[in-house]
Design a protein around this ligand. Sequence first.
Ligand SMILES: NC(=O)c1ccc[n+]([C@@H]2O[C@H](COP(=O)([O-])OP(=O)(O)OC[C@H]3O[C@@H](n4cnc5c(N)ncnc54)[C@H](OP(=O)(O)O)[C@@H]3O)[C@@H](O)[C@H]2O)c1
Length: 518
Amino acid sequence: MPESAQLVNLQIPPRTTIVIFGASGDLTQRKLIPALYTLDVEGRLPERYAIIGVARSEFDDESFRAHLREGVVAHARLANQDAAAWEHFAGHLHYCQGAYDDPATYAALARQMAELDDACETCGNHLFYLATPPQLYPVIVAHLGAAGLNRKGANTNDGFVRIIIEKPFGHDLASARALNAQIHDVFDENQVYRIDHYLGKETVQNIMVFRFGNAIFEPVWNRNYVDHVQITVAEEVGVGQRAGYYDTAGVLRDVFQNHLLQLMTLIAIEPPAAFNAKFLRDEKVKVLQAVRPMRPEEVPLATARGQYRTYRDEPGVRPGSATATFAAVRLYVDNWRWQGVPFYLRSGKLLASKATEITVQFKGVPHKLFQESEASSPHANFITFCIQPEEGMHLRFETKVPGAGMRLRSVEMDFQFGEEFGQTALPEAYERLLLDALNGDASLFARADEIELSWQIIDPIQMAWDASNTDLSVAAGGWRTETAPALEFYEKGSWGPPGADRLLAQHGRHWRLTCHKK
Ligand SMILES: NC(=O)c1ccc[n+]([C@@H]2O[C@H](COP(=O)([O-])OP(=O)(O)OC[C@H]3O[C@@H](n4cnc5c(N)ncnc54)[C@H](OP(=O)(O)O)[C@@H]3O)[C@@H](O)[C@H]2O)c1
């Protein structure tokens, strides 16, 4: 490093450079750059920072900035700022064109980063973001290693080197293990931030505050009081542009392995001794270790699968595809707190509305004191966490209907984030997660063991489904085959196939939609 650069670096804070691979893509334009822009407007990015986009597409700095501005105008939470706000942000944006498998790309990138770091190659903080299709993750990681971009320098002014990796992380346990091994060849685990943007949502983090920031709920949060838990992640849209990827993945890999299991884990974890990345993730791992592995013979009765009726007409979907676009699954967590309490998880595409919510259904009263008639007998209480698009909570309990006698009616106590904190108060998940990664807080990112345990839960179900030799035309009207439930077709705008309802009905239960009444 030249002496002058050394002097500069002693006097001013190190520069932070965020390098986004796949920077010409949808995620960068719709989510990452709008989030970084908002952080810039709020003055929450480091004092000296730069963002370098890497991709093969033809851009120079100017055209790259113009392309990203469209995304900011359309998607940033604080998009309505004056032109000066954009100009300030745009001045930090740079482009580096190159192929992901070409060493010359990384040499050019290293030069560009060094220039931004005042000609000091190992100075500054470096955050890499892999926003490419997943097959490129190992390629990029290996090249970063070969170019020496994975390491901090030996100087005292050297900063951190971290890498954020997008989902999907593997497509089964074996591939996730292989990817972890490839990453660990180049980066230490404490440099790796595996993103699941659900964990960046305020409403998801609120689950932990609700549970561990209040004294009154935790005593009833166990098998003695909870009848069951149900988690719904419903999408209104179909597979759209993602059909090629989706048809090889399906709903279990796309959302169960990550979002649904993460939500379930937060409902089920024990309170960590302290709120830090290690303790929190240790507790999450303990829950995943306790999830009962599904035996092949259980799959037909403990799962349901569906496909929306027009799925095979989507461009990019294989003819006769048996890919499930809907699934419902019953899991058990075999530990002292949750023994015998079913966790029902469901998700699907092209459903009646977009809705992510979690309901903790409590047991009924032990003795029905007020049973004047069946209609007015007490209903069991429940608490619902509305994750998106509604953001809030509901608590349902029984009240006395005014008048003679003792008639009961269920009422709901509501809390809405928007009403309480203002409509624009909730930061986007990517804002929070990018800031956490910059600050070195990995609490809301998945650790290697967490990812592998999640696949260990999903794999037996996916394998049983894949192995089923279901004759789809017959099975569409039937119930189940030997190894898997039948793939049932469902209509656009419905709540999925009848099998999902049967999964709960076999034990006298039903799905709830509390946040979304449509
Ligand atoms: N989009 C979302 O909302 C979203 C949400 C959650 C997770 N993710 C994950 O984030 C990652 C990026 O998503 P995305 O939607 O931005 O992806 P994308 O638009 O399909 O791809 C990003 C960029 O990667 C390059 N690319 C695409 N296909 C390639 C190929 N076959 N070979 C080499 N380069 C290729 C393209 O850039 P160049 O051709 O210019 O190099 C493209 O602009 C994916 O892993 C996705 O699963 C996305």
